[in-house]
Design a protein around this ligand. Structure first.
Ligand code: NAP
Length: 260
């Protein structure tokens, strides 16, 4: 059974949370938000050991329950090892946050089948593999949250392949949301607007696009990783019990602004 929310429907106290891609950017903020709110957290990463270590040190200094496990979740074998390692920390998982993403940012003429496979292997296939492994062990009241982006529904420069993968991820989430609803496991999508993270280092013309995102934003700034993390907490707690298969946009209103 799920830990009790002790009368506070917004509580995530005692939840056991796995954040895939939880050592940098938005995933890191989500991991810290849950841990500060009293959850036990395991974060996963693949390359940047230093980022993982510094997060663990920061968490330990504040007395938070947070561990990091390295695994490339695009590998089925590594995924199984990850699940085994997580089981050493938790008896079961009550919240799965899928924040890892990758992709090749090019125009269609420059995209190959290899780029397609690389992008979809993480953004879609790994998510499905994780849900297949974990959902059967999740108790009623558990929650699955996948990070998507504006590119799932709108056109962005050189984002066709990543946008298509996010569209597929969102569709998959809606199907899973219905398939898992009778087990009491909720699946939702969290779709941030532009957030300044390391991911932007790999994007074409990043500085100009970040400036433009600020100038288009009704709030006159980018949303922060902490704001996205609070929305993730909402999707994981009992207060959102009626929210299923939903895409929660956290973008300061940027997506509703027209062009004229
Ligand atoms: N930043 C934005 O403006 C923005 C906007 C909308 C949506 N989003 C979405 O929000 C999510 C997080 O974005 P972000 O900007 O915070 O990303 P980020 O800073 O690039 O962090 C990505 C995280 O994913 C991990 N990761 C990458 N490949 C992995 C793999 N194969 N196996 C396991 N972990 C892997 C990374 O680990 P290493 O450190 O080891 O590489 C890192 O912890 C993504 O789904 C992204 O599409 C971001």
């Amino acid at each position: 059974m799920q830990p009790s929310s002790q009368g506070n429907p917004f509580s995530v106290q005692g939840k056991r949370v796995l954040v895939i891609g939880g050592t940098r950017g938005i995933g890191r903020a989500i991991a810290l938000q849950f841990a500060r709110a009293g959850a036990e957290v395991v974060v996963n990463f693949v390359r940047e050991q230093e980022a993982a270590e510094s997060l663990c040190v920061e968490a330990a200094r504040s007395g938070l329950q947070l561990h990091a496990v390295r695994a490339d979740v695009t590998s089925d074998k590594a995924l199984e090892q990850l699940v085994t390692e997580v089981a050493q920390h938790f008896p079961d998982i009550s919240t799965l946050v899928f924040a890892a993403a990758t992709g090749v940012h090019r125009k269609f003429e420059q995209l190959s089948s290899r780029h397609f496979d690389f992008t979809f292997a993480l953004n879609v296939r790994a998510f499905l593999a994780l849900v297949r492994l974990l959902a059967p062990k999740m108790s009623p009241g558990s929650s699955i949250i996948a990070l998507s982006s504006e590119g799932a529904e709108r056109v962005m420069p050189q984002y066709g392949l990543v946008g298509a993968s996010k569209g597929a991820l969102e569709s998959l989430c809606r199907h899973l949301a219905v398939e898992l609803a009778d087990r009491g496991v909720r699946v939702n999508i969290l779709s941030p607007g532009t957030v300044k993270t390391d991911a932007w280092n790999a994007l074409p013309d990043a500085d100009r696009r970040l400036r433009e995102a600020i100038s288009r934003s009704p709030i006159g700034r980018l949303v922060t990783v902490e704001e996205v993390a609070l929305a993730a907490q909402f999707l994981a707690c009992d207060a959102s019990a009626g929210v299923i298969g939903h895409t929660l946009v956290v973008d300061g209103g940027a997506r509703i602004v027209g062009s004229a």
